[in-house]
Ligand binder design. Structure first.
Ligand SMILES: [Zn+2]
Length: 130
């Protein structure tokens, strides 16, 4: 990967990270106070559901944030390794990196990994980017 591409992907990682961090400070109330302070019984199930969704999103966001931080650390500490598959060390396709600059596996290794660690419904969509 040339330095220009790497710099561009790095900048994208930084802005994605900042975006996630900004979202983290908005709109999602602390889970516990929300449950305790809901006086209306009719609203409780909805609140509960909203919270489940929010907490699921929080977890996904935390995971993504971690992947982005790892990728940024790799760019800075071991730039030659960035953009190479963690398993087979082949270059990851540029289009895949453009879409998901935090990925560490090529499509083939990703699919193999998912096949070996299959859990119903989860993360299958990652294999769609080829
Ligand atoms: Zn690979």
């Amino acid at each position: 990967m040339d330095a220009g591409t790497r710099n561009r992907l790095r900048a994208r990682l930084v802005s994605l990270r900042d975006e996630l961090l900004t979202q983290g400070s908005m709109n999602i109330p602390p889970a516990r106070t929300d449950v305790v302070s809901t006086p209306d019984d009719d609203e409780a199930p909805l609140t509960h559901m909203t919270q489940a969704i929010a907490s699921n999103r929080n977890r996904e966001r935390a995971d993504r944030l971690e992947q982005i931080r790892d990728a940024l650390a790799l760019v800075d500490e071991d730039p030659e390794q960035f953009g190479l598959c963690e398993v087979c060390e082949e270059p990851i396709k540029p289009r895949r990196l453009e879409l998901m600059p935090w990925v560490v596996l090529c499509v083939a290794c990703q699919e193999k990994h998912e096949h070996e660690h299959r859990s119903p419904g989860s993360r299958k969509h990652l294999g769609d980017f080829q």
